[in-house]
Write a protein that binds this ligand. Sequence first.
Ligand code: ZN
Length: 146
Amino acid sequence: MLYRINSIQMETKIKQVTNCGYCEKQLHGRKGKLFCDVNCKNNFNSRIRARSREQENELFPIPIKKIKNNHRILSKYYLARLQKDKEITVKKEELWELGFDHRYCTGATLESNRNLWKCCFDFCWKEEMNWLTLRFDPEMNTKYSY
Ligand SMILES: [Zn+2]
């Protein structure tokens, strides 16, 4: 009889033992606990967000890759170091050879109803016949005025 009670108690105890949803260590403490601590909870949620971002990237691989690549190429010109309202010009050929693709941008603004500036985040460019004029302009990217 005593043995039977112990066996039931054991079963109940085993059912209550659960593991952390992130690090899978055995959990102790209050019932219904899902994670060891707030760090494991945050890491678990970050992992879920990272996975859903990966899935999003798979749905739109080309534009995301192109924009990332454009940003990487433009960052080579240290535009953020330019004084405000300063611009530099680069031969189109040079940018094309690096793999820059002017069709992909994150913002566009028509300046003085004439010059179309496109942006890749903070880096902006204006196209001329053989040249691209580059400048650093964090505000222009969010204007969307054309
Ligand atoms: Zn944990």
